[in-house]
Ligand binder design. Structure first.
Ligand code: FE2
Length: 281
């Protein structure tokens, strides 16, 4: 029987009693979706999944879509490897808080990450509950951001001049493809209503958010920095400690996430898919 156990932290829950290497029943799928919308990050321990299984789980929750700056693994169009060799010299990937591909016109609704090779220590993935960050925000700050439109762009990460651009370490095992396309800017409301749970939330943070529509850069940076300091408070966070054969599924609208290091000297490999709603596929 499918059980959902909250993590005890700001968000996140463990889901047990379901096999993801077979087609889910309608009842199982509904239970997973409801838990996903309530807890935002679900971990499914002890799942023996191959790439076909990972694709099937992804498609049970939505559609495949664009992977703008990653090259997929050999033989698969929609699976990317999040990898790091034990002796890799490049700076850690994705150590800054972000929402996956939030600079797209229709960002992914979720992300699946499956642990294949997991170091014995370090490498946690951290999350921030964007509903709680909004709910508990001081009234003053909430009133100042209420109707703002954030400008999202991958320029700082995936442009030729970005962190993963031409100047990045050549000693990186991840297949990152930087391009001028990363300089495109797309607007999204800073405060949004989750389409399923109808709960209000913040969407994104400073980083992929590079400005505020109609606001001078200096003023926007100051406000976004103040907001970032609020969003990233420890009480809004959940830290996922990895084990091999765990599938992690997060709601990309409801949380921010970031990678953590602490596993130098160990290989690490996870397979990742992103989940899109119908209109963006
Ligand atoms: Fe990410």
């Amino acid at each position: 029987m499918l059980t959902v156990t909250p993590s005890g932290q700001a968000c996140g829950a463990i889901v047990e009693g379901v096999n993801l290497n077979k087609t889910l029943s309608l009842a199982e799928l509904q239970a997973i979706q409801e838990a996903w919308w309530e807890h935002h990050v679900l971990s499914f321990p002890d799942q023996q999944l191959n790439d076909d299984d990972l694709e099937r789980v992804t498609q049970s929750l939505g559609h495949f879509g664009e992977e703008p700056f990653f090259e997929p693994i050999d033989g698969r169009e929609h699976i990317c490897a999040v990898s790091r060799r034990s002796d890799e010299q490049a700076p850690l990937f994705a150590e800054a808080w972000h929402t996956d591909w939030s600079f797209l016109e229709h960002p992914p609704i979720g992300t699946c990450l499956y642990g294949i090779t997991i170091p014995p220590k370090g490498g946690d993935t951290s999350f921030i509950d964007q509903h709680k960050a909004f709910e508990f925000m001081p009234d003053d700050l909430r009133s100042r951001i209420a109707d703002l439109t954030a400008l999202h762009s991958a320029v700082l990460a995936y442009s030729p001049e970005g962190a993963y651009g031409a100047g990045d370490s050549r000693d990186r095992s991840m297949r990152i493809v930087y391009s001028e396309k990363a300089k495109e800017v797309r607007p999204h409301p800073l405060v949004q209503t989750h389409p399923e749970s109808r709960k209000k939330m913040l969407f994104g943070c400073l980083g992929y958010i590079v400005g505020i529509e109609g606001m001078a850069e200096e003023h926007a940076t100051k406000l976004l920095t103040e907001l970032y300091e609020w969003q990233t408070r420890p009480e809004f966070q959940y830290h996922h400690a990895w084990h091999e054969h765990t599938l992690l599924l997060w709601d990309n609208r409801s949380v921010l996430h970031r990678a953590n290091g602490g596993y130098d000297g160990f290989d690490r490999l996870l397979h990742r898919t992103t989940i899109y709603a119908e209109q963006s596929s």
